[in-house]
Design a protein around this ligand. Structure first.
Ligand SMILES: [Zn+2]
Length: 235
């Protein structure tokens, strides 16, 4: 039975390695895709900001040409003032000119506000582009590192499985299901007995069972955590 325990210990060791390899083979591609989607979100946000910026620019140039048109109208009306004969007409036109001027100063304020907004937005875009640049550099390097690790894991994965299969050949077909059952529930299927205690769950091993374990005649499981028990005797 000692050779069974030896093989089981090797099996457990290789299973721990395999589990780590398999977890990382699943985890690393997800990390890479998270990096990529963060970069894409950042790019999309910049694109949206640029669209908003060009919308403001379009609206500003519309207001500017409106302002220009209005100024021409004001000029024409002001020239007309000299040709007017009646006081009533004169007053009416003056009122109209004042109204147009008021309109224009509102337009000017709007344009000024837009210039301010454009300035703020342009600075924000430059800032964001710089951030994106350094993020891309950083993430590209990280992605390369993860890809390298994935390649390395793939290289060792298959040989580890082959190695595991070889170990399995040395273990009796009755013991394998016990091992698999316990390891699927408890992670590690083996537990060392120290001072008549199961190191898997810290339970006291009854003396009679302990003596049975020492004889190494068959596989024994901890009554509490069901792990396969072994001692260091003879090592
Ligand atoms: Zn136990």
């Amino acid at each position: 039975m000692r050779d069974q325990i030896t093989a089981l210990k090797e099996l457990q060791k290789i299973d721990i390695d395999l589990k780590e390899i398999e977890i990382n083979l699943e985890k690393f591609p997800n990390i890479i895709s998270d990096f990529n989607s963060e970069i894409n979100q950042h790019k999309e946000s910049i694109t949206n900001q640029k669209t908003a910026l060009s919308d403001i620019e379009k609206e500003k140039s519309l207001l500017e040409s409106e302002l220009e048109q209005n100024e021409l109208s004001i000029k024409k009306s002001e020239e007309k003032l000299f040709e007017i004969k009646t006081h009533k007409e004169y007053e009416a036109l003056q009122k109209e000119i004042a109204e147009m001027k008021r309109n224009n100063s509102e337009l000017e304020e709007q344009i000024l506000q837009m210039l301010e907004d454009l300035d703020i937005n342009e600075k924000k875009i430059v800032e964001d582009e710089e951030k994106l640049d350094s993020k891309e550099t950083d993430y590209t390097q990280k992605i390369e590192e993860y890809q390298l690790q994935i390649e390395e894991l793939k290289v060792v994965h298959e040989p580890k499985i082959a190695e595991k299969n070889k170990i399995l050949e040395r273990i009796s077909s009755e013991v394998i299901p016990i091992y698999e059952n316990v390891s699927s529930k408890n992670g590690q299927a083996l537990a060392l007995v120290v001072n008549e205690l199961c190191t898997g769950c810290n339970m006291n091993i009854p003396p009679q069972l302990y003596n049975h374990i020492l004889t190494e005649a068959e596989i024994h499981q901890c009554p509490s955590c069901k792990r396969i028990l072994y001692t260091t005797q003879g090592e």
